[in-house]
Design a binder for this molecule. Sequence first.
Ligand code: IPM
Ligand code: MG
Length: 357
Amino acid sequence: MTKKVLILPGDNIGPEIVTEAVKLLRRVDEKFQLGIELDYGNLGGAALDAEGVPCPQETLDKARQSDAILLGAVGGPQWDDVERHLRPEKGLLTIRSELDLFGNLRPAIMYPQLAHASSLKPEFVSGLDILIVRELVGGIYFGEPRGIRTLEDGQREGYNTYKYSESEIRRIGKMAFEAAMVRSKRLCSVDKSNVLEATVLWREVISEMAADYPEVELSHMYVDNAAMQLVKQPKQFDVLVTGNMFGDILSDTAAMLTGSIGMLPSASLDKQGGGMYEPCHGSAPDIAGKGVANPLATILSVAMMLRYSLNAPKAADAIERAVSAVLDQGLRTADIFTDGSQLVGTVEMGDAVVAAI
Ligand code: IPM
Ligand code: MG
């Protein structure tokens, strides 16, 4: 049976890292006889330049007909001056929302080979393995009303709405409890229920759900404390579940603990297990076109795609082992380089992973 994968290279370093990930996808397809068929589409600034909108209808149509989507990264200063509703990021938010990709899994795993690239001392991060489960299509990112309006006194006011319905909380909660069940059965729900009503309800609903998962040890933490604990004692966490905005912020923090955001993959899943896979990092305009970007986050996103949407766990394992093998060989892109290792570019790193399969 063929499996359709839609490739959305995006902007700046997006096409560079996606090229390496596609090379690898073709290699595992051949080795494991997966029957993968590729198609391409535009998203973000690339789509705006080519088609006048950041998330074209054709891209959405192709995405709906695919078993999985691989995205590079979108955005960059080239589009700083475009109207807000046309910004590249809006393309990303639109595709997430249109496909109802509510469940964002962001693992932060410390590769032992990279313990020295972390900003924390090795003893705090060695063996670190955290999963952040971020709600992705609700909360303050999407709440209406929103906008910038002019008040009676003539000054402008920006406003957004932070809200979560019970069903939105339940479906992300279910994903998080289930993830905890197959890990070490510890789940920490992050909110700001000392201040925000939307998260008072969040805490209530998640607490109610705990009755269905008696084996999972549930705890709650305010987001400010969670941010502090993540850099103080990150290994206390296993699975974290939180809303859209807090998840955005905490996942960048968790990423840095592992040495580089250039290593972190992500999966954004709908309720049928279909999904979009992308690195957690952005489009890095400062290094675009230089051939130095780290392709490993995108490559590891391919592994997540094979595991969660394409039912090919052996191929996923093979990719993760290959990444570990190239790190063992001492190959490092600039973001994870330390003295004594071998500095390589995007293409060399991609080639090395392909060779290690
Ligand atoms: C992320 C990014 C996006 C987000 C931006 C690019 C809209 O930061 O995926 O974490 O805020 O969700
Ligand atoms: Mg972010």
